[in-house]
Design a protein around this ligand. Structure first.
Ligand SMILES: Nc1ncnc2c1ncn2[C@@H]1O[C@H](COP(=O)(O)OP(=O)(O)OP(=O)(O)O)[C@@H](O)[C@H]1O
Length: 557
């Protein structure tokens, strides 16, 4: 297994001089009066943030001693410390002074940062604003960064396996989704990268360093408005951002795509030790994206083919969407998160569960994934077999995780229908077969209990009906009522010309999607799929229409 102790010892990136000390080498707090008067840590009004005195943090970090230095980033040095009052181990970030803010401005920013709370974000515990000292106190994350594990592993540490990598990507996507979709106002991360993804003991990822740009150089010091810090990190920054600073949520999606590529390939975002055309990870990957046959060559060699072809292809497809040049073409992080939730779910055979098309807000994600997965549209469990149809119930509601489990069960029901295949065969040789292996074993359960507890809750409501579609294979229409049987028979004559044209256009555009099409309104979707399993016959195929309502509720806390 992986060994975290490899990264638990303090890491000193730069030599450090001790902070403000007196002749006896004791901390000299900037505001002695306040420090001496305040014996106990205060609580910031209306928040859970604690207000620390400089002395407390100096004591916690053994007077900011070199041995406690975890490293130094663009905002300042980070020390490991232990709070005397509670014994809690913390990370103390001492902000550089050149971006110094007034007390009020600093507090306002810190208080808004303190509102952000998600299992995949490093928790801000409190702060200190004493004189000209500005310090932030975070939960200490013991496992080191993704950068450490991926690119600087200790020799006695096993490389991270594929599922762990996908789970890290999924967790990071959840954290980012929280910042983009749940935080109010939304927070643009700006500097997502492998070194800012910290891992705890069970490899659960935590995003660190978010929201700090307002506290760092570039805002406090106008002269440094375009400092390299604010401009993000080369190799991870979206092209529009590095070109002109046009920063949006989609810039974060680009950076996320780079991290996902790092997880897939084991390569660094920027690696000057490689040949010129391989130094920039995205530039190296772009031509390969266009040639799926070469995807297996992209996988990190240390994985030794211990991954499924479908999993790899879909992960590459997601990454390639995220790092698209045009920001608008990149997916929403919520769609990335949903796709990764399926790719990260461990299965008996290592082959990821098919992703239900209904999960996505934006159709582009389902289109991209369908290129690499003929099973993308997985019928809801109730519709998987003739037997199951009788048990179909509309109005069914399930949490995201139980939905995942149901889809997984469905996969296992189709045993012996597909041939065995995965990139890892018994004799260790590769297989390029499209088919996959089904096992006569119970469906696996998601292993990440923590993520389960706060994953998205998606409501599905299904009903079904058979439609005689003669020669029309691609059909789509917003459904009216889930039990309105006349809808299907009137379907062709009722739909207006415009919709028909749109569909034809789309059919041409995405002709590779042979049996999937969905249309979506705000509150209802109809999806038609060809139940290939039944006949395998294209002519006069009977399409089952699944009516569904998908509602992404909110994070279950
Ligand atoms: N909450 C934390 N728990 C444990 N280690 C941390 C924590 N926060 C930061 N570190 C570690 O402290 C060091 C400095 O982190 P910091 O985020 O300031 O810089 P960075 O990520 O290395 O660079 P940059 O500022 O460019 O993002 C890193 O080694 C980081 O892993």
């Amino acid at each position: 297994m992986h060994c975290f102790p490899c990264f638990s010892s303090p890491k000193n990136k730069k030599s450090s001089t001790t902070n403000e000390t007196n002749d006896n080498n004791e901390p000299r707090p900037p505001d002695r009066r306040r420090t001496e008067e305040t014996e106990e840590t205060e609580q910031s009004e209306g928040t859970s943030l604690k207000i620390f005195t400089f002395r407390e943090l100096a004591t916690a970090t053994k007077n900011f001693r070199q041995e406690c230095l975890l490293g130094e980033g663009g905002f300042g040095r980070v020390y490991k410390g232990t709070l005397k009052s509670t014994g809690q181990v913390v990370a103390v970030k001492q902000l550089d002074k050149h971006g110094l803010h007034g007390n009020k401005e600093f507090q306002a920013e810190v208080l808004s940062l303190g509102q952000l709370d998600h299992p995949n974000l490093v928790k801000l515990i409190g702060y200190c604003a004493d004189g000209d000292q500005r310090l932030l106190v975070y939960d200490y994350i013991s496992g080191g960064s993704l950068q450490d594990h991926l690119h600087e592993p200790k020799p006695d540490c096993e490389p991270m396996d594929w599922t762990t990598r996908m789970q890290i990507a999924y967790g990071a996507a959840q954290g980012l989704d929280y910042l983009h979709d749940k935080a109010n106002p939304p927070v643009i991360y700006r500097d997502l990268k492998a070194s800012n993804i910290l891992l705890d003991d069970d490899f659960s990822p935590k995003l660190s360093d978010f929201g700090l740009h307002k506290l760092g150089p570039g805002t406090g010091d106008k002269m440094m408005a375009l400092s390299s810090r604010v401009m993000g990190t080369y190799g991870y920054s979206a092209p529009e951002y590095t070109r002109g600073g046009n920063l949006t949520l989609k810039s974060d999606v680009y950076s996320f795509g780079v991290v996902l590529l790092e997880l897939i390939t084991g390569r660094r975002a920027l690696d000057t030790t490689r040949p010129n055309d391989e130094q920039n990870l995205v530039s190296w990957a772009q031509p390969i994206f266009r040639d799926p046959k070469k995807y297996p060559d992209m996988a990190d060699p240390v994985l030794k083919n211990k991954l499924s072809e479908r999993g790899l292809n879909q992960a590459v497809a997601i990454a390639s969407m995220c790092v698209q040049e045009e920001a608008a073409a990149r997916p929403l992080i919520s769609d990335v998160m949903v796709a990764l939730s399926f790719l990260s779910m461990p299965t008996e055979d290592g082959i990821p569960t098919a992703v239900p098309i209904l999960s996505f807000k934006d159709k582009s994600m389902s289109i991209a994934l369908s290129r690499h997965d003929s099973n993308l549209v997985s019928p809801p469990p109730e519709l998987a077999t003739e037997d199951d149809k009788s048990s179909t119930s509309s109005g069914e509601e399930s949490s995201f995780d139980s939905e995942k489990e149901s889809v997984s069960k469905n996969k296992y029901k189709k045993k012996h229908e597909e041939e065995d295949s995965s990139m890892e065969s018994d004799d260790g040789s590769d297989s390029n077969s499209e088919h996959e292996k089904d096992q006569d074993s119970p469906p696996p359960k998601p292993i990440d209990e923590k993520n389960q507890a706060q994953s998205l809750k998606i409501k599905y409501r299904y009903s079904w009906e058979d439609i005689d579609v003669s020669d029309e294979r691609l059909s789509s229409k917003s459904s009216q009522k889930s039990n309105d049987e006349s809808t299907s028979s009137r379907y062709d004559s009722d739909r207006d010309q415009k919709e028909k044209e749109e569909e034809e256009e789309e059919e041409q555009e995405h002709s590779h999607i042979e049996h999937i099409h969905s249309s979506k309104t705000d509150d209802d979707q109809s999806v038609y799929f060809d139940n290939d399993d039944d006949s395998g016959d294209d002519n006069g195929a009977s399409l089952h229409r699944i009516k569904s309502e998908v509602e992404i509720d909110s994070i279950k806390e």
